[in-house]
Design a protein. Structure first.
Lengths: 113, 110
């Protein structure tokens, strides 16, 4: 079955540590996205990539970094510069470059300990 | 003022009831409108997508868009306990990023 796989499901980060969230899709979708979900705030766009080796900042990119070396993979690194990283992180993809009709992964819950 | 406003709920209804979920928006440039369903600790899944004013029906679900009032709705007929989830509205224009509502939590009581 085609879909998006996010791993790990739960992740714990110590203060000052960088962590990387994995996102892999086998849908052959061109565009991939990272969103952060916090209670009462809805989904906020962190980064997106419409083609391999290219990506753009979203609304809340500070403290995050991404890479897009392969079409099927779009990992997100949460750096120590992100002061409030505890959140639910969602990876999504779309066919072509349109932004509607996302397919989402199951998410990664990141907690700072 | 947020671009998209959505009542967070929670909304509790008895099984079999008709559910009405709503969003208002301020950006008249939005062209397409979506509803996503999100179960607890899961990613959202696309339920309905519409491009213009009017109604679109899919089984027990009906999406309604009124661009003149900047108001969209999702109706669920014969609601089931399995419909208990958070419902997110979303809207966008062209190839621009999508703006999501904060979500309405729905509980259908058997």
């Amino acid at each position: 079955d085609g879909g998006i796989t996010q791993s790990p499901k739960y992740l714990f980060r110590k203060e000052g540590q960088n962590v990387t969230l994995s996102c892999e899709q086998n849908l052959n979708h061109d565009a991939m996205y990272w969103y952060r979900q916090d209670p009462g705030q809805g989904l906020r766009l962190i980064y997106y990539s419409q083609i391999v080796n290219d990506f753009q900042k979203g609304d809340i990119a500070e403290g995050y970094s991404v890479s897009r070396e392969k079409k099927e993979s779009f990992p997100l690194t949460v750096t120590s510069a992100q002061k409030n990283p505890t959140a639910f992180y969602l990876c999504a993809s779309t066919e072509g470059q349109q932004s509607y009709g996302y397919t989402f992964g199951s998410g990664t819950r990141l907690t700072v300990v | 003022q947020k671009e998209v406003e959505q009542d967070p709920g929670p909304l509790s209804v008895p099984e079999g009831a008709i559910v009405s979920l709503n969003c208002t928006y301020s950006n008249s440039a939005f062209q397409y409108f979506m509803w996503y369903r999100q179960y607890s600790r899961k990613g959202p899944e696309l339920l309905m997508y519409t491009y213009s004013s009017g109604n679109k029906e899919d089984g027990r679900f009906t999406a309604q868009v009124d661009k003149s009032s900047k108001y969209i709705s999702l109706f669920i007929r014969d609601s089931q306990p399995s419909d208990s989830a958070t419902y997110l509205c979303a809207m966008g224009r062209g190839y621009q990023k999508v703006t999501f509502g904060t979500g309405t939590k729905l509980q259908v009581i058997p």
